[in-house]
Ligand binder design. Sequence first.
Ligand SMILES: Cc1cc2nc3c(=O)[nH]c(=O)nc-3n(C[C@H](O)[C@H](O)[C@H](O)COP(=O)(O)OP(=O)(O)OC[C@H]3O[C@@H](n4cnc5c(N)ncnc54)[C@H](O)[C@@H]3O)c2cc1C
Length: 391
Amino acid sequence: MSRAVLCLVELDNGEIATASKRALAVARSLAVAPSLAAAPSLAADGWPSDGALAAVVFGASGALADSVTADLTRHGVTELWLVSADGLTGYAPVAWARALEQLAPERAATAVIAAATDHGSEVLAHLGALTGLPVAANCVAAAWTGDGTWQLVRHRWAGSLLEEALLEAPCALLTVAADADAGDAAAFSDTVAGDASGLGSPAAAGDAAALDATPPGAGPEVITAAGLPVTTFTASLDEADLRVRATESAEQGGGMSLATARVVIGGGRGVGGPEGFAALEELASLLGGVVGVSRVVTSQGWRPHRQQVGQTGTKISPELYLACGISGAIQHMAGCQSAKHIVAVNTDPDAPIMSRADYAVIGDLNEVIPALVAAIRAASGQVAATKEAAG
Ligand SMILES: Cc1cc2nc3c(=O)[nH]c(=O)nc-3n(C[C@H](O)[C@H](O)[C@H](O)COP(=O)(O)OP(=O)(O)OC[C@H]3O[C@@H](n4cnc5c(N)ncnc54)[C@H](O)[C@@H]3O)c2cc1C
């Protein structure tokens, strides 16, 4: 067995969450960097480094769809660990961290990486507390420098500032900014790997018996259709580890979360009150998305804080952000600047969001949103009628 970079992978509607794909990009750039051969790990010295990138998935109950394992392979994953435990049915932050604490040394982890989502950040914070290791949050690139430190680039101030930082740790615990650029991670890793080329070849293999040993808790390895080795790992938990666990999901729209949704329909003060969000919910559901809101909306108690987008809310990176009745304050834009396309609906042509939007509709959202909903319904009705006629 070799050393590995572990990456916690979250699923969204049965697919790899977009934020986890970004985490995988940083993890992969770290795993394949030549400099990693000289990095420490949470196992005995002497285990070689061969670019192993281990995806860790919780709650997959036995198997993942072939499409997911194929996608993991495309993202550079070389092995998959499916974690389970007695009493572990859903998200449980301490239990997930406890399982990672057990798996990391057994799999000779040089780094444990997660997306900086609500779950990823919480689990790594607990893992840091359990192991006594420091956690670096919101990284966009990472590399082992060879002189006892990890060199990091990370987001500060909601991504408006990039910080270069050094981390001293025998195993790097990192969260990856939900809007990290995969290209940056690879380029940065190449640069540092080049500097560290004098570090020598991968460490010599240590005791052969130790290298061949199957970690306790690991089941038999199965190879998927995509050629990915999959191993189940049964963590050993006690009651206290499961004391905090999700009993009801805060996710909406068929399992999507605000952080990872491909379409977000935003509502601000211009929506006018809690009842005004029915139309936005309807539009979100038609487009397969979720509703996000400005801080005014949560401060007024119109919607829960978990739906807030912004500096002090969730950072989103959807394909489409339709911002309705939102002025575009800097603290709000800090949370949605990674959206691929921003469309603003606002009565004020001079609202700040107009200068950040790709498209704008100057108008009353009470007219624009129902018209949009009606148009989508009419178009999908036509498609259904055409299919019926054809079939
Ligand atoms: C430390 C700090 C942190 C913060 N963090 C966040 C954060 O995380 N997220 C966040 O959102 N804010 C945050 N804020 C608050 C932020 O500064 C703004 O106050 C807030 O984003 C404004 O919300 P809004 O756009 O809904 O309201 P407003 O600024 O009042 O804008 C309402 C908009 O609706 C338009 N409008 C009104 N009626 C209609 C209609 N019928 N149809 C169409 N348009 C209409 C108006 O023209 C206007 O542009 C933070 C502030 C501070 C100081």
